[in-house]
Design a protein around this ligand. Structure first.
Ligand code: C5P
Length: 228
């Protein structure tokens, strides 16, 4: 088996952003966040195809955005993020070695982070996720907001995407009867997969609030300036 497929999840409503359109279609520098994310993944040599999970009701519009790209397939996403991943993975060719899952809401993940995730899988990991140390002390609270645990900060990582997995391992994780999670590694952990954390990067931040859109615009301007 050869090559990697990349699933780009773009079906979220993005309620915290408060835009009039689904978050993935919000423009950064005049182009939808989703287009930035897909372009970055298409440029990685080991990624042979992309599957986008589009927001419900936007599938045809999103197909039109990628009409010129034979290596981009668009499916309709689902109610939860995991449903969207499952819908996209269902059309990934059987013969890929690995599958990366990437949030459209992280349009500017550095290329070397993507490459490091793939390197870890090539090196034998079942999966690899980019992560950065956490700055704040994190508390686990009960339903009454009373603290029940304080994990040791040095052992915590805030994880980003793309999260990459051996294709067979991710497919097995998504087949779990009650599979639903805020990230894919969590499901792979549940089927016993060994998932490694590799160095992430602040530029892989997730666009969530209006301030994040401004930060993404600034980052794009800076990248364009440095590309000259
Ligand atoms: O909501 P959140 O920002 O955590 O979503 C992370 C990513 O998952 C986004 O790129 C979003 O479009 C995607 N998503 C999805 N399908 C859903 C919910 C979220 O593809 N039902």
């Amino acid at each position: 088996m050869t090559g990697y497929a990349c699933v780009v999840t773009a079906a979220g409503r993005g309620e915290r952003l408060g835009a009039e359109m689904p978050k993935a279609l919000v423009p950064i520098g005049g182009r939808a966040m989703l287009i930035h994310a897909v372009s970055l993944m298409r440029a990685r040599p080991r990624i042979s195809g992309i599957v986008v999970a589009a927001p419900v009701g936007e599938t045809e519009n999103v197909r039109a955005l990628f009409a010129d790209f034979a290596d981009v397939t668009v499916v309709t996403g689902g109610e939860s993020r995991t449903d969207s991943v499952r819908a996209a993975v269902a059309v990934v060719p059987d013969d890929v070695a690995g599958i990366l899952v990437h949030d459209a809401a992280r349009p500017f993940v550095p290329a070397h982070v993507v490459d490091t995730v793939i390197d870890a899988i090539e090196d034998g990991a079942d999966g690899a996720v980019p992560g950065i140390p956490v700055i704040d002390t994190i508390k686990e609270v009960g339903p009454d907001d009373v603290i029940v645990a304080t994990p040791r900060r040095a052992s915590l990582r805030a994880v980003q995407t793309p999260q990459g997995f051996r294709a067979d391992v991710l497919r097995a994780a998504l087949a779990l009867p009650d599979a639903d999670a805020t990230d894919d590694a969590q499901l792979v952990e549940r089927v016993g997969g060994k998932v490694r954390v590799v160095p992430g990067h602040p530029d892989a931040f997730k666009v969530t609030t209006p301030d994040d859109v401004a930060r993404a615009e600034a980052l794009l301007t800076e990248r364009i300036a440095h590309a000259d």
